[in-house]
Design a protein around this ligand. Structure first.
Ligand SMILES: [Zn+2]
Length: 109
């Protein structure tokens, strides 16, 4: 229990503690599923790495979830769905939930 109590959210980029949700960006990554970084570190990361990594806790991600689920629903109804589409439709909301469970709920808003 002690371990749980002392659990902090550590930035995977600079190694410092992240103290509030306002300073948090969560990213989808492997193998740890979700990466937590500071807002400023995300800025540095996105400049260094090729290919955009969309923050999980952004408004854009919410829209991706809404649209991908909508697309899945349409495909499901029209019976032209593919397993791949269902998988994609599930991954985004699932990653969002994991991000919240693993990181965001530990932080002050
Ligand atoms: Zn950092």
């Amino acid at each position: 229990m002690n371990k749980l109590h002392h659990h902090k959210v550590i930035c995977s980029y600079c190694g410092d503690e992240i103290s509030s949700r306002g300073d948090l960006v969560t990213l989808l990554s492997f193998p740890q599923i979700v990466d937590a970084v500071h807002t400023r570190c995300y800025g540095e990361l996105s400049m260094k790495r090729t290919g955009p990594r969309l923050p999980l806790n952004s408004i854009g991600m919410i829209w991706i979830i809404v649209l991908s689920d909508l697309a899945c629903f349409i495909l499901f109804v029209s019976k032209q769905f593919d397993f791949v589409f269902i998988l994609v439709g599930c991954i985004a909301p699932l990653a969002r939930i994991i991000s919240w469970l693993m990181i965001e709920r530990k932080l002050k808003p």
